[in-house]
Design a protein around this ligand. Structure first.
Ligand code: ADP
Length: 583
């Protein structure tokens, strides 16, 4: 910038100097011509007066030459008759001179009977001359005075040289002074420019002003610049704060969130989405299609549907994630910003809800089935009795016994379902009391002793008389023990043994073990026998009066006390049911 201003000023100054030189030259030349004209007019006037006083041509001319000659600038006098014939010339023999009628100054003088002026080269002397012709009507003669321009030219050259020298000196002074003063003026501008570049590069803390202490347009500019930089700094920091806040909010959302452009490319995905879909890509670096994240074309369809309908659309789909295949309710909502259309996708995990729904429907189907079986049987036997069997006392008694067993099974089934749903609804057991678990084990052993004896199975509580105080509901713990010991009796072999063992593992942790030496459970069943209505052998379970809910009740009671239930079993060697309880 400095160089350009400097160059511009120099050009203007040089042009001004050249223009003023030319103007001065022209003014001086005009002035000189005027002086010459006056000078030659006066000389011609003197000659006319002398000639009127009847002085000879020679004397009149010489007296004027004496008066008006300036140093070596001698006046030349020529007297011309109206027909152009030269009557006298102070420097050349008149007789030898050609006719002067058509000399411009003579023509002018004769034309207006006054004066004529011409500056041209003399045909006779071959010099640049200034001519003045004055027609004297009294003398009937044109008096022409002339003077050489040679000295004048020299004067001009001298003047030009002097002017050039003065102007050159002035120019040098101007170059030096101009350079330094321009530097002083432009330095703040350069400082401003550099500050502006730094602002462009993101340094909003920069301020200018050290060089602009005094009040001027530049200091106003620097004030405006500083105010602008301050405003920018405040705005940028405000924006950064907002961005950071928005980032924290979006990335703290537990809901996976993806923003997709109309083109189908992802423009943003929050941390939850990155982690869930295991795609740690930054869309700001390079955009990528949505399918790369979800691997489900349904999400792309949702985006295009919502942008087409300009309203939120939802759909349920199964998508693979780091947590396995999950069912999501995906919602795509259209958004508009900066003139672009995009869609926000949110993923609501409904896997658990769907699982619960499925389990509930399965449960209802199972319950219906389980209830229908004894009912159908009861109704069948009642029908048979009505159709005559009632008249055969033996048959009727047998049928009534069967009806009684089926009704008992129904009763058992309904009470198990009620117990299960009651425990499922409980968050914690409010009926806790402190009691001796080993005493309760003994009670249950006595209770089931008869059943065990009928199957030739012995029950062995291994803890003996040891006191094991626990804090739980004795009713629920009794239910656990009955279900486990009853199973161990039912599914035992002839002459089998049931061992019951309770031990405290930690101050509030008790492990209960019920072992048998029955046929055992295959591993594929071991995992599932705690599910509702799951039986290894359905007909045998029914035959033994089982409802398929016993172990499920055990598991739920264990969970109610912050524990768990599992089985360890070997085919042919027996099973051990282990219940871990925080009691
Ligand atoms: P059920 O009323 O049929 O006994 P449970 O929920 O108590 O229902 O048990 C589920 C299934 O687990 C039983 O049907 C049986 O097949 C199996 N089972 C339970 N306890 C034992 C055990 N001690 N030994 C072998 N199998 C067992």
């Amino acid at each position: 910038m400095l160089r350009r201003i400097y160059g511009l000023i120099l050009t203007i100054v040089i042009l001004a100097i050249a223009a003023s030189g030319i103007a001065a030259f022209l003014i001086i030349e005009t002035y000189h011509d005027q002086v010459n004209e006056e000078y030659l007019t006066n000389a011609a006037g003197v000659i006319e007066q002398r000639l009127i006083a009847a002085t000879s041509y020679e004397q009149a001319a010489q007296s004027a030459i004496e008066i008006f000659s300036r140093g070596d600038e001698t006046i030349r006098v020529t007297l011309v008759r109206p027909d152009g014939q030269v009557a006298y010339d102070s420097e050349t023999d008149a007789a030898t001179m050609e006719n002067h009628l058509y000399r411009p100054e003579i023509q002018q003088a004769l034309g207006n009977f006054e004066t004529g002026i011409s500056i041209r080269k003399s045909n006779t002397l071959g010099l640049n001359m200034a001519y003045l012709a004055l027609y004297s009507p009294k003398l009937e003669l044109v008096i022409r005075t002339s003077i050489s321009n040679a000295n004048q030219m020299q004067g001009y050259i001298r003047l030009l040289v002097t002017l050039a020298a003065v102007f050159s000196l002035a120019l040098v002074a101007l170059i030096i002074l101009g350079y330094f003063s321009l530097r002083m003026i432009t330095r703040p501008l350069v400082e401003l420019k550099n500050a502006a570049i730094q602002v462009k590069q993101g340094d909003y803390k920069i301020r200018v002003g050290s060089l602009l202490a005094e009040k001027s347009e530049l200091s106003d500019l620097s004030d405006a610049f500083n105010a602008m930089a301050g405003h920018l700094q405040a705005t940028v920091s405000d924006l950064e704060d907002r961005n950071a806040r928005l980032d924290v909010i979006l990335n703290s959302l537990v809901v996976p969130l993806i923003v997709v452009a109309r083109s189908g490319d992802v423009v943003f995905l929050n941390k939850t989405a990155q982690d869930l879909f295991d795609r740690h890509l930054d869309p700001e670096q390079a955009q990528f299609p949505l399918i790369l994240i979800t691997h489900h074309s349904g999400t792309e369809t949702l985006v295009s549907d919502c942008l087409h309908a300009t309203t939120a659309v939802s759909g349920e789909m199964t998508i693979s994630t780091v947590r396995g295949s999950l069912i999501f309710n995906v919602t795509a909502s259209p958004i508009h910003y900066s003139g672009t259309e995009s869609a926000i996708l949110t993923f609501l995990d409904v896997s658990q809800a769907r699982q619960l729904q499925r389990l509930r429907s399965e449960f209802v189907a199972n319950v219906t089935h389980e209830l229908r079986t004894p009912l159908t049987s009861i109704r069948g036997f009642i029908e048979t009795l009505r159709h005559g069997a009632i008249d055969k006392p033996d048959v009727a008694r047998r049928f009534l016994d069967i009806i009684d067993v089926e009704a008992e099974r129904l009763h058992q089934l309904i009470s198990d379902i009620l117990v299960l749903s009651e425990i499922e609804d409980l968050r914690e057991d409010k009926e806790k009391t402190s009691f001796n678990l080993n005493a309760l084990i003994d009670d249950v052993a006595v209770l089931l002793d008869e059943t065990a004896s009928t199957r030739n199975v012995s029950i062995v509580p291994e803890a003996g008389d040891e006191i094991l105080m626990v804090s739980a509901s004795p009713f629920r713990m009794k239910q656990v023990l009955i279900n486990l010991i009853d199973n161990a009796i039912k599914y035992n072999r002839e002459g089998g043994r049931v061992a019951i063992h309770a031990v405290r593992l930690a101050p509030n942790r008790v492990e209960l073990r019920v072992s048998d030496n029955g046929p055992g459970i295959a591993p594929e069943h071991a995992e599932r026998i705690f599910e509702r209505f799951y039986r290894v052998d359905t007909s045998r379970s029914r035959e033994l009066g089982g409802t398929g809910l016993g172990l499920s009740i055990v598991k739920h009671i264990a969970q109610l006390y912050g524990g768990s239930a599992r089985v360890e079993s070997k085919i042919g060697q027996g099973s051990t049911f282990i219940v871990d309880l925080m009691i």
